[in-house]
Design a protein. Structure first.
Length: 261
């Protein structure tokens, strides 16, 4: 079986794939909790036996974590594959400096084009919000990077003396309307609906910029917060919600480059 690793700034997500490309297990951890080889050993021991895993495909945007993972996979004799703009891809990256492109974004757009040759907009709502655009020829045209929900919340709290910190959870969001009747709800409304309106505005302007209609585009919503935003976005036409899209892209790029070698 293969272990797909999506090592992000706040959290790291993992998926175990069987020989039929099915995800048989997923788990996650706060990235900051993995600071040593022993931390990683304990995490993996709770979730699988190293003997079950033959190969690992890794997307990492945290360079300081990479040596820990490399050492673990080397010691366990697990073949490891790292995603970057230099590997074999099914898309063309049309950016000024592809070497600075996050490997998670590469996985997202590559898997999108694999699923269909359409105009794709990939919304990844995690620590940061990324919205990436790819045309029907497989040209990755670029994207948008915007603070995520937790970043917006923390920024407001850290920059003021009296405002409390709030948490954007499903339970809390259900309680609010557009106008808050107390300080906490006013903050939550501003952060949450501001985030939603930003995404909607970005998507509408992407349509205009590329002279594309909603009927022509395929919108993919993924990331740790995708379930918090999907209903409020209320996007019409073709869209797909898949929390594990990035993990599937990480697995796909392993198959494309390594396969049965």
């Amino acid at each position: 079986m293969l272990l797909a690793c999506d090592i992000g700034n706040s959290s790291s997500n993992f998926g175990i794939f069987d020989e039929k490309n099915n995800i048989v297990k997923t788990f996650k951890v706060n990235t900051a909790k993995i600071s040593s080889l022993n931390d990683l050993k304990r995490l993996f021991a709770k979730n699988f036996s190293p003997k079950e895993i033959n190969n690992a495909s890794i997307s990492s945007v945290v360079p300081s974590a990479d040596p820990i993972y490399k050492e673990f996979f080397d010691k366990m004799k697990i073949n490891s594959f790292y995603i970057s703009s230099k590997i074999k891809l099914n898309i063309r990256i049309c950016l000024e400096n592809s070497n600075k492109l996050g490997s998670d974004r590469i996985a997202n757009v590559s898997y999108a084009f694999f699923t269909g040759q359409k105009f794709h907009i990939i919304v990844d709502s995690g620590t940061a919000l990324t919205i990436d655009v790819m045309d029907k020829r497989g040209h990755f045209l670029g994207g948008i990077i915007f603070p995520g929900l937790s970043m917006l919340t923390n920024s407001l709290y850290q920059s003021t003396e009296k405002l409390p910190i709030v948490e954007a959870t499903k339970k809390n969001i259900k309680k609010i309307g557009i106008i808050g009747t107390n300080t906490e709800n006013s903050i939550l409304s501003g952060i949450y609906f501001g985030y939603i309106y930003s995404i909607k505005g970005f998507i509408d302007n992407i349509y205009k910029y590329y002279n594309c209609t909603p009927e022509d585009a395929n919108i993919i919503i993924t990331g740790g917060n995708c379930n918090l935003i999907t209903d409020a976005l209320n996007l019409k036409y073709q869209n797909k919600i898949d929390k594990f899209w990035t993990l599937k892209g990480i697995k796909y790029l392993y198959d494309l480059n390594i396969g049965d070698k």
